[in-house]
Design a protein around this ligand. Sequence first.
Ligand code: SF4
Ligand code: SF4
Length: 68
Amino acid sequence: MTEPAKKLWRIEINEKLCKGCGICADFCPTNVLEMKGIIVGVVNLDKCTGCQLCDLRCPDFAIQVFPR
Ligand code: SF4
Ligand code: SF4
């Protein structure tokens, strides 16, 4: 039996809006995000489940998750 196709996600970070608080990285259940100095970075995109917790918790609307 073949595996169902894995749904893929795209994460957009608005560098002008991100203040580097780290909330999104703290809430991500699969450790997709990591702080890189004063901005958040995507380090593990394959692990993204599209739950959008990062998007919902960011106080500055700086991170968005879309289907690829
Ligand atoms: S929660 Fe928003 S402002 Fe804070 S680090 Fe993440 S993207 Fe940047
Ligand atoms: S959508 Fe969910 S799994 Fe993907 S980066 Fe955001 S919090 Fe993590």
